[in-house]
Design a protein. Structure first.
Length: 318
């Protein structure tokens, strides 16, 4: 009995020491002392502590306190994942999804995402939903995708709320319902998700389930554009170019078209080219305009292609 008591005391001491090391490592990591955090996590990971193994994997994945090494990251994530650690399962899935440190394998990614998703991890639920939506590593199944998006969206995950909104907007996996789409877009948008902000702007600009409201559209485009969303930068440029929801302002339009074009947004390249052709908001420059329009056409922009055909009709066969 005395021997058992001593064993219990010894184990309790180990647990207390482990918790202390974990806390020290977390504090070191937060203050940017990655080397100290890695040292402490290494001690814990070598005792089989799953959370430390996962954290050590992340240190290797991000190159914090160690040289970036995805092979090592995958090895540590696997140790933790094999113990059922949900975050490690998700992290290992991500490596398989992207082919980092392991051979890219979407089916294997789906297996690990599902393990984490079944434990309620919202990020994994979202990523599993994307695999089902795109038919990557699993048979394409929009209904299954929407189910997983909802699981994550109900936990407040902004990007999942966006994808669920998109499913309702397009009727993929759920009955098309603009009101539901708007509700989920708004949830994501109010959390700052740029994709949701942009699409909510599109809803108001096109009057999808709501009365057309260009001022509301511009408000959401602006929020997304301020985060660097290229589609929103383009749509904000269109708003200024046409005076929709804002006073007509070619200079502002060109500024936003340029930002989007710098991200290779084809519509922005074409519209920027048109602005240069007409000297709207910029000094007229036909040569530069044609360069931009050709860039848009090379990306498959139908309007740009049609313009070039009118400008440079194909030679007739002899």
């Amino acid at each position: 009995m005395q021997k058992l008591s001593k064993s219990i005391c010894f184990i309790s001491g180990m647990l207390v020491a482990g918790a202390a090391h974990a806390g020290q490592a977390e504090r070191a990591y937060k203050r940017g002392d990655y080397a100290a955090a890695v040292l402490l996590w290494s001690v814990l990971a070598n005792t089989g502590d799953a959370q430390a193994e996962d954290n050590l994997g992340t240190a290797y994945a991000e190159g914090h306190g160690v040289t970036q090494d995805y092979l090592q990251a995958a090895a540590w994530y696997r140790k933790a994942a094999d113990q059922g650690d949900a975050q490690a399962e998700d992290n290992l899935a991500y490596l398989y999804d992207r082919g980092l440190g392991v051979k890219q394998d979407y089916a294997e990614a789906a297996i690990w995402y599902r393990k984490a998703a079944d434990q309620g991890l919202a990020d994994a639920q979202t990523d599993l939903g994307l695999l089902y939506r795109d038919g990557t590593g699993v048979p394409q199944d929009y209904r299954e995708a929407a189910t997983w998006f909802r699981e994550a969206a109900d936990q407040g995950t902004a990007v999942a709320q966006y994808f669920l909104g998109l499913a309702y907007l397009t009727g993929q996996g759920v009955a098309q319902d603009y009101a539901e789409a708007i509700a989920w877009y708004r949830k994501g948008a109010e959390q700052g998700n740029a994709l949701a902000q942009h699409d909510l702007g599109v809803v108001y600009a096109k009057g999808l389930g709501v009365t057309i409201d260009y001022a509301q559209a511009v408000s959401w485009f602006q929020k997304a554009a301020d985060q660097g969303n290229a589609a929103a930068e383009y749509d904000l440029g269109v708003s200024y170019y046409k005076g929709l929801g804002v006073p007509l302002d070619y200079v502002q339009a060109v500024s936003w078209f340029q930002k989007a074009a710098d991200q290779r947004n084809a519509g922005a390249e074409y519209n920027l080219g048109v602005a240069y052709l007409g000297g709207h908001g910029v000094k007229q420059d036909t040569a530069h305009a044609l360069i931009l329009i050709r860039k848009a056409a090379d990306q498959g922009d139908a309007t740009a292609k049609a313009y070039l055909i009118r400008l440079e009709p194909p030679a007739k066969k002899a």
